[in-house]
Write a protein that binds this ligand. Structure first.
Ligand SMILES: Cc1ncc(COP(=O)(O)O)c(C=O)c1O
Length: 484
């Protein structure tokens, strides 16, 4: 690629109107993200990122599977330190890269899947069927059937789903057919009972997920001990990131297990879902932004105030330790011989990937008497999902390559016809003026940002995933299996 230095500034993008000697006034404060050491080396390398960008020829995501493995190990370590029998299922919806699933298989984690596609993709990367947890509402017959065939655990979300599973278990073995199983009698599809957890809806919750009290009682009557459906235990997934709420509800699930055992059920497992926080920003950056945020920092309208808690002081595995310590949950699990499963998505992807866009153009606008740059990159905000929840992804993009310059307030727009399609509505204090051909590296995007909203709108290609690993003492790259 002609290096960024070779590219001329776009029309109307001359000498630093977006900057002043003391820096821009109407501009968000800097919010730099800490990144994995391998990413730091990638950013510091003089050519590698530019070489990848040239080879791909459009926006792309990088992933660091070794980081995923280390994040899994941290959770395993938290279980070990608390003396608890625990199991980690990666919430696959958070990222569909094959290298992430492979890292899970290699580091002893299972995967939480919620569709046939996710189940098949997890198996393809070597995760065994018995290490899959099937979640999600109103699962299709095909998903239920495959789950039973592969000995996976199924988190039952509704009574009619349990009824369908029971019928499927009573159906003929259909492994050689592509059609869903028949509903007439016969052995279970796997020749063994279907392992289930009953997902509960917390008392007082208005969630559309899980079984309320009455439904739970009915489900227990519909799945008697010794039947085709084996009650392994109970589960929940809470929105939010509160350790105490999770520990309290987990204690209730332990009581459910004890009662179910008295009725002859196995009931030796509980799953407390995901929601382990990620610490994207240091405390100072986050509180400064949250407490002093101004409409004047944004191009157009400011997003709503419903931001992810970008500074999260007790994140990931440390949050698991806090859950286990609360009201001696670890002891209750040990005493009752109960395994604790967790389904972290975002937390297993912490610092495990970034999203890279090329600056394709730029212009200057003025608001509140101060100029600022609007950059246009070669992709869309659909590859940075947070923007689609009337919010903003706050960790600052890194402008690559690093060069001396003047701090310049810059927003980042997408190469689409939508006025509101901005990757960053806020004016970011970039350390120098961005030029056509520069790269913007949005850090720590592997958890949900990359692909949960991706779209080929405008017939733009989807950004491929690039795997970066340490090879012979330096970062090396290859295309992820999903991009080949
Ligand atoms: C059932 C279930 N488990 C796990 C997760 C993963 O949550 P997180 O990525 O916040 O850890 C989700 C996310 O929606 C979920 O619905």
């Amino acid at each position: 690629m002609g290096g960024p230095a070779d590219s001329a500034p776009p029309a109307g993008h001359g000498e630093s109107p977006g900057a002043s000697a003391i820096g821009p006034v109407h501009c968000a404060p800097p919010m730099p993200a800490d990144v994995d050491p391998l990413e730091r080396r990638l950013l510091a390398h003089p050519h590698l990122l530019g070489d990848i960008a040239a080879a791909v020829g459009g926006p792309f995501h990088v992933l660091f599977p070794e980081r995923v493995a280390r994040n899994v190990t941290a959770f395993h370590e938290a279980f070990r330190a608390a003396g608890v029998d625990g199991f980690v299922y990666f919430g696959k919806k958070a990222n569909k890269a094959a290298c992430v699933a492979r890292a899970c298989a290699e580091s002893g984690a299972g995967i939480d899947v919620a569709s046939v596609g996710e189940l098949v993709a997890a198996l393809a990367q070597g995760v065994r069927g018995e290490d899959l947890m099937v979640t999600g509402p109103a699962k299709s017959d095909e998903l239920l059937w495959l789950a039973v065939r592969h000995g996976s655990t199924i988190a039952i979300d509704a009574l009619d789903e349990l009824a369908r599973l029971t019928r499927i278990c009573a159906g003929h073995d259909q492994i050689s057919r592509s059609t869903p199983p028949t509903r007439t009698g016969g052995p279970t599809p796997a020749g063994r009972p279907a392992r289930i957890l009953l997902r509960i809806q917390p008392d007082g919750s208005t969630s559309r997920f899980g079984l309320d009290r009455a439904e739970l009682a009915q489900a227990l009557r519909s799945a008697p001990a010794g039947g085709p459906v084996l009650l392994s235990g109970f589960s929940f997934h809470l929105s939010g990131y509160d350790a105490t709420a999770r520990a309290d509800l987990a204690a209730t699930l332990v009581e459910h297990c004890v009662r179910a055992r008295a009725d002859g059920h196995l009931a030796d497992t509980i799953s407390i879902g995901g929601g382990f926080g990620v610490d994207y920003l240091d405390a100072g950056s986050w509180t400064r932004f949250r407490d002093t945020s101004s409409e004047k920092w944004f191009h157009g309208r400011a997003p709503g105030q419903d931001y992810y808690p970008y500074h999260f002081p007790v994140p990931g595995a440390a949050m698991l330790t806090a859950v286990l310590a609360h009201n001696r949950l670890a002891e209750a699990l040990r005493t009752n011989g109960i395994r604790l499963s967790i389904e972290p998505g975002r937390a297993l992807l912490d610092r495990a990937g970034s999203s890279i866009f090329r600056v394709q153009g730029g212009k200057t606008r003025t608001a509140h008497g101060e100029p600022y740059d609007i950059l246009t990159v070669d992709g869309t905000s659909l590859s940075l999902s947070e923007q689609w929840f009337d919010s903003e992804y706050l960790p600052d993009p890194v402008l690559w390559p690093a060069r001396p310059g003047t701090i310049t307030a810059s927003c980042v727009g997408a190469t689409t016809c939508l006025e509101s399609d901005l990757l960053s509505r806020r004016r970011i204090p970039l350390p120098r003026r961005a030029q056509v051909g520069d790269l913007l590296v949005y850090p720590n995007t592997a958890g949900y940002q990359m692909d949960s909203n991706e779209s080929t709108f405008h017939e733009l290609p989807l950004p491929p995933k690039v795997v970066v690993r340490e090879v012979d003492g330096r970062p090396g790259w290859s295309l992820d299996a999903t991009a080949r």
